[in-house]
Design a binder for this molecule. Structure first.
Ligand code: C2E
Ligand code: CA
Ligand code: CA
Length: 606
């Protein structure tokens, strides 16, 4: 039976007995705080875990102050103030207490105030429980994802930001240094975030290499400052064998309620912003923008539409053909096959838009094979009237990496009874081409078979000159941007001349792309390029139109009509053709020499 003290209060020893009894039947730590007398009792088992003077304590707040994580101290004090001031009679919070081992562990502390007869808080009864691994990530000490959702729902501030951090190239680091260093990196990243986290913010470990931050601020400047601080800290956070691991993070930020109000929405938007940051170079922060998001969602739907086309026997894909003309006499050298795609939903789209989507998704491999098949069929038909017709096909580097293009091409040629010199492969100049050894090795078979190899968009990449020296190619296609301003800029004109001379000096053929006018033709003819391609000679068009317009046509007029007629007629024309023939012979010999040297080097390597 409960006993009353002289002042009429219920005797605390009555509760004490009750609480100590209960403590024997649970793993949690039940406590009682006699607020009036400032006397606190908690399960003695907590003394095994934390440095407590006793299980019965006078002045519990100062003892707790010594145990609490500094970052949790203020919110703890605030919660107690609210209880003591009678603003609430419920206590429910998570905080970290220092353990005997010296680290901090998360506890959930819940309790309810029992008021005295005068209504003032008299007792606090409650339970302190370890927040288990289900909620806390042991590697970083951060709450897990499920807590983020709960905290978002329970937020008291109406406006704020969710920032999702992701470690850049985490997979590579894991692969190169092993998971042990991967884990160290993650805990260093968490420490960097922790150190920069504002008092009123919370951090969470999400899946994989991602961290979430709930910030009660919406100012882009504040979010940016936080991001920069974290990045700065991370730079010198992890070292392997005395060397710093160069590690960066990207982040995406979505803000509520402006971007959305539901958790799922905000999370998805912040994650989408993170992907944007990663796609556009990494080591940066991106804010969610509805328009960009919609664009991206459209790209995803377009990728799905492309997949449908591919699985539907390539429905919607067609090839157009643009004439390629020999500069020496204006004869038709061949055509470049250019891919087109028309979708029932998206209409006609430019290859500049859909080729990257095909590449990203790997669909370029089946589509690329389809292109080769279609283009060779057409080539075989056209060679019936133009026996030397050469079909140029574009290849993406992804195809070279993922598909056995040389093997497929040689088989495709054989099936159609076509000789190898009826096809040219155009490969866009890009960083990947720098792997000369791989590239040359890949094409050594084809080069031996006299399939022409061209570098596309020459001059737009990183190290065009180095390509000339190292790659076993036959032709360079000089990008349109070098032709564009030759009429108005003396510098551009001289630049083009040097480019052509350079290519010729190493016995490479030169095709000028994007030639649009008679004036341009007139200006470049003295520079003696080998092949023209551009709207002036013909736009890309369907096969039937190409047959009608170009197959049996001569472009001699287009070349002569450019005003160079006088120079190129009669003996000058003869000389040009002879020069061209000699160059072709020179190219053939140079190529043989290069192949011979290359096979010699390989022998030495082996
Ligand atoms: P590219 O290989 O550099 O193709 C030349 C582009 O320049 C074509 O654009 C062509 O229509 C355009 N063009 C040709 N002459 C002129 C001209 O005088 N003036 C102007 N303004 N433009 C001219 P298109 O057809 O839009 O193709 C764009 C790019 O898409 C191609 O650039 C190529 O990189 C890629 N592509 C097209 N078809 C294929 C394909 O089957 N496979 C792969 N991997 N890429 C392709
Ligand atoms: Ca091309
Ligand atoms: Ca090009």
């Amino acid at each position: 039976m409960e006993k009353r003290t002289l002042t009429g209060r219920i005797d605390p020893s009555y509760f004490l007995r009750l609480v100590s009894l209960l403590n024997e039947s649970t793993d949690d730590y039940i406590y009682m705080w006699d607020i009036a007398d400032d006397y606190f009792y908690i399960s003695p088992r907590l003394m095994d875990k934390c440095d407590l003077p006793d299980s019965r304590i006078h002045g519990v707040l100062s003892v707790w102050d010594g145990l609490l994580h500094p970052k949790d101290a203020d919110s703890f004090k605030e919660s107690i103030r609210q209880l003591l001031d009678g603003e609430t009679n419920l206590h429910n919070m998570d905080y970290r207490l220092r353990t005997k081992a010296g680290d901090y562990e998360w506890f959930n502390c819940r309790g309810k105030v029992m008021p005295g007869e005068d209504g003032a808080p008299e007792y606090l009864f409650g339970v302190l429980s370890l927040v288990n691994e289900r909620y806390v990530d042991t590697l970083t000490g951060f709450f897990r994802m499920m807590r983020l959702k709960a905290d978002f729902a329970a937020r008291t501030v109406e406006t704020g930001s969710l920032v999702i951090f992701g470690v850049d190239n985490f997979k590579d680091i894991n692969e190169k240094y092993g998971w042990h260093w991967g884990n160290r990196l993650l805990s260093s990243a968490a420490a960097a975030i922790s150190a920069c986290l504002p008092e009123d913010a919370a951090a969470y470990r999400l899946d994989g290499d991602k961290f979430g931050l709930l910030l009660p601020v919406c100012s882009a400047r504040q979010v940016r400052t936080l991001f920069e601080r974290v990045s700065q800290r991370l730079l010198s956070a992890v070292s392997v064998k005395g060397r710093y691991l160069l590690c960066t993070m990207s982040a995406g930020c979505a803000q509520y309620p402006d971007d959305g109000e539901k958790y799922e929405e905000i999370y998805q938007y912040a994650e989408s912003a993170l992907h944007l940051a990663k796609r556009t170079g990494k080591n940066k922060l991106a804010f969610f923008r509805k328009e960009k998001y919609n664009d991206h969602v459209q790209l995803i739907s377009m990728r799905e539409a492309l997949l449908r086309s591919v699985s539907n026997s390539f429905r919607g894909f067609t090839l157009t053909y643009q004439p390629q003309v020999s500069c020496a006499d204006g004869s038709l050298k061949g055509a470049e096959a250019l891919l087109r795609w028309e979708s029932p939903v998206y209409g006609k789209r430019s290859p500049v838009e859909f080729i990257p989507l095909l590449e990203e998704s790997g669909l370029i491999v089946p589509v690329g094979r389809w292109v080769i098949g279609q283009a060779l069929e057409q080539c075989a038909r056209w060679r019936e009237s133009v026996p030397e017709f050469c079909m140029s096909v574009n290849l993406s580097y992804v195809q070279l990496e993922q598909d056995d293009v040389p093997d497929f091409l040689l088989k495709a040629l054989k099936e159609r009874g076509l000789p190898p010199n009826s096809v040219a492969l155009e490969i866009t100049e890009s960083g990947q081409l720098r792997d000369y050894k791989y590239f040359n090795g890949l094409f050594s078979g084809l080069a031996g078979e006299s399939v022409e190899i061209a570098i596309d968009d020459f001059g737009t990449g990183y190290s065009s000159l180095a390509y000339l020296k190292h790659l076993n190619v036959d032709l360079v296609k000089v990008d349109k941007c070098f032709v564009d301003r030759i009429l108005s800029s003396e510098y551009d004109y001289r630049f083009l001349r040097n480019l052509i001379e350079l290519a010729h000096s190493v016995a490479l053929e030169v095709c000028l792309e994007g030639v649009e006018s008679a004036e341009e033709v007139r200006a470049v003819l003295p520079l003696c390029p080998d092949v023209f391609q551009g709207y002036y000679f013909g736009r890309p068009c369907p096969a039937e139109e190409f047959s009608e317009k170009y197959l049996n046509a001569s472009f001699a007029g287009a070349v002569a009509g450019s005003g160079a007629a006088g120079e190129r007629a009669g003996t000058a024309g003869e000389t040009a053709r002879e020069l061209s023939r000699l160059r072709a012979e020179n190219r053939r010999l140079s190529k043989q020499l290069r192949l011979l040297l290359a096979s010699g080097e390989e022998g030495e390597d082996g």
